[in-house]
Design a protein around this ligand. Structure first.
Ligand SMILES: NC(=O)c1ccc[n+]([C@@H]2O[C@H](COP(=O)([O-])OP(=O)(O)OC[C@H]3O[C@@H](n4cnc5c(N)ncnc54)[C@H](O)[C@@H]3O)[C@@H](O)[C@H]2O)c1
Length: 158
């Protein structure tokens, strides 16, 4: 594959699986997460498995503009470019409640990570990606968070 990709939310779940898969295919992966302890364990296990240092880990909160600037510039300084951005980090919010028990603070926290975080990542990475003559941005959806909370209109009439 020979491409550099920047993937966040990579300590566990789908992000860790994606980092493993791409590293095995030969991509160089910059994997980030705000759970740095778990991220380090995940990266060690991937690098041990592929027998190289193909995955680099950085601590990163996707809701922070400063963190995005650091992660993009660190990637470019160390590896020269960003080919692929995978906006994977996401949180679920209060899945145990229905819409009437879902606080504004919780909703705004989900929006900050799942929506603002993706916007900040794209805005930070695009200037570098434009220099490569062809790049990809993947945005993981989070619609299932809301399906659980927002009752379809037809059910409100029952
Ligand atoms: N698992 C599913 O069935 C499913 C379905 C549809 C969409 N998605 C989306 O795919 C993505 C990954 O899902 P998952 O199930 O692997 O989730 P997960 O909870 O297992 O992993 C998410 C990772 O993101 C990290 N993270 C959370 N907030 C962060 C932040 N502010 N900054 C940096 N890292 C942060 C967590 O530490 C964790 O490692 C999410 O965006 C989710 O909404 C998942």
């Amino acid at each position: 594959m020979g491409r550099w990709q920047l993937l966040q939310g990579a300590a566990g779940g789908q992000g860790a699986a994606e980092a493993r898969l791409f590293a095995k295919e030969g991509a160089k992966v910059v994997a980030t997460d705000f759970n740095y302890e778990l991220l380090e364990q995940t990266i060690k296990s991937i690098n041990d498995e592929i027998g190289s240092e193909g995955v680099l880990g950085l601590k990163h909160n996707v809701a922070s503009e400063e963190d995005w600037e650091t992660v993009v510039s660190e990637t470019v300084n160390r590896f020269g470019k960003v080919d692929i951005l995978i906006n994977n980090a996401g949180i679920l919010g209060s899945l145990s409640t229905d819409i009437t028990g879902y606080s504004r603070e919780d909703f705004e926290k989900v929006m900050e990570v799942n929506t603002t975080g993706k916007f900040l990542g794209i805005r930070a990475a695009v200037p570098e990606m434009k220099k490569n003559g062809g790049s990809s941005i993947v945005i993981l959806p989070f619609e299932h968070d809301f399906k659980k909370h927002f009752i379809p209109i037809n059910q409100l009439h029952n």
